[in-house]
Design a protein around this ligand. Structure first.
Ligand SMILES: Nc1nc2c(c(=O)[nH]1)N[C@H]1C(S)=C(S)[C@@H](COP(=O)(O)O)O[C@H]1N2
Ligand SMILES: [Mo]
Length: 315
């Protein structure tokens, strides 16, 4: 099949005039603080990084040799239950989400609690491209050129105290904007959490865009987490609150089905989901099944975080 690369995507195919203007503003802002993400320069760098499998790609998680999942699939086949439970629902319904104005509330065990404006976050933390695999618990996967910045950059600036052992993230709750929240399919709002050392790992990023563009609503605009060695459900979308905690937070899927979804949710081909195997996965756009890799292929970088843990117990 034809795998489309970023330079092959014509502007008119992927966006409308309004988004185009937004994107120019977004990119202009990033460029003004030195990220150099101009549209013209972004495309060739995407191509060369993906094709060369160069050092930058390897450092960002060794996914550089993988074919990128086409833009249409990344933005058209989603899990975002706030907009429906079908894979095509988010792309169809997420236009009701208003991503400006947008604030992120910070609370708990840190010296800099407060309300942070998304514009300030975007201008303070330059977005860089990271090509990561995303492995959904439902045994499909994608390879996505995210635009984001290390989660640790932001968290460190909030000065967590020594009492902070976990960090919790919460999605917007607003059934007007998120019609899926009118049904009790999940315990709203969607909540996720990480242990502090996981959150500080350089592979964990806050994402603000993909394929060189502003993040589409269905992918979790304006700010989402991406933790590439964990099942996709840990990568919480449209975040409005961050809380530093002494105790392990609850997370939505573990609340919903505690025997099926744990807190850690590390990608692990050796621990099956109670209703299906996790040994293989289907890369979206392919027909053959691939072997699922331990920690989604990031074992070299992250296995030390779990070295004394029983991964069957802490699944
Ligand atoms: N708020 C929220 N975040 C969410 C979800 C969701 O339903 N609501 N789904 C998760 C799941 S199960 C996956 S696989 C990824 C999908 O991310 P993508 O649609 O950008 O590929 O988002 C995760 N983040
Ligand atoms: Mo998922």
């Amino acid at each position: 099949m034809l795998i489309r690369r970023p330079p092959d995507i014509r502007e008119s195919e992927v966006t409308d005039e309004r988004l185009y203007v937004n994107r120019r503003q977004f990119i202009g802002r990033a460029a003004s603080i030195g990220a150099g993400l101009g549209l013209v320069s972004a495309a060739p760098s995407l191509l060369s990084c993906a094709e060369r499998g160069d050092a930058a790609g390897d450092a960002s998680g060794a996914a550089a040799q993988d074919e990128l999942t086409p833009y249409e699939d990344v933005t058209g086949y989603n899990n975002f239950y706030e907009f429906g439970t079908g894979k095509e629902d988010p792309a169809r319904n997420a236009h009701t989400l208003q991503t400006r104005p947008w604030t992120v509330e910070v609370e708990g065990e840190c010296n800099k609690p407060g309300v942070y404006d998304i514009e300030d976050i975007l201008s303070r933390y330059p977005a860089e491209e990271r090509i990561y695999r995303l492995r959904c618990v439902e045994a499909w996967s994608m390879v996505i050129p995210w635009l984001g910045f290390p989660l640790s950059d932001f968290l460190n600036d909030l000065e967590p105290t020594s009492a902070a052992r976990f960090v919790e993230f919460t999605t917007l709750y607003d059934p007007e904007q998120m019609p899926g929240q009118r049904r009790n399919v999940l315990d709203w709002p969607y909540v996720e959490g990480l242990r502090m050392d996981e959150a500080m790992h350089p592979l964990a990023i806050f994402v603000v865009g993909l394929y060189g563009k502003e993040l589409p609503n269905q992918n979790g605009a304006p700010l989402r987490l991406v933790v590439p060695w964990k099942y996709g459900f840990k990568s919480i979308k449209s975040i409005v609150r961050i809380r530093f905690m002494r105790r392990q937070p609850m997370n939505t899927w573990a609340v919903t089905a505690p025997n099926e979804y744990g807190f850690y949710a590390n990608v692990n081909p050796e621990v099956d989901h109670p209703r299906w195997s996790q040994a293989r996965e289907r890369r979206i756009g392919e027909f053959r099944k691939r072997r699922t890799l331990m920690f989604n292929g990031y074992a070299e970088q992250v296995a030390h975080l779990y070295k004394d843990m029983d991964l069957r117990k802490y699944f």
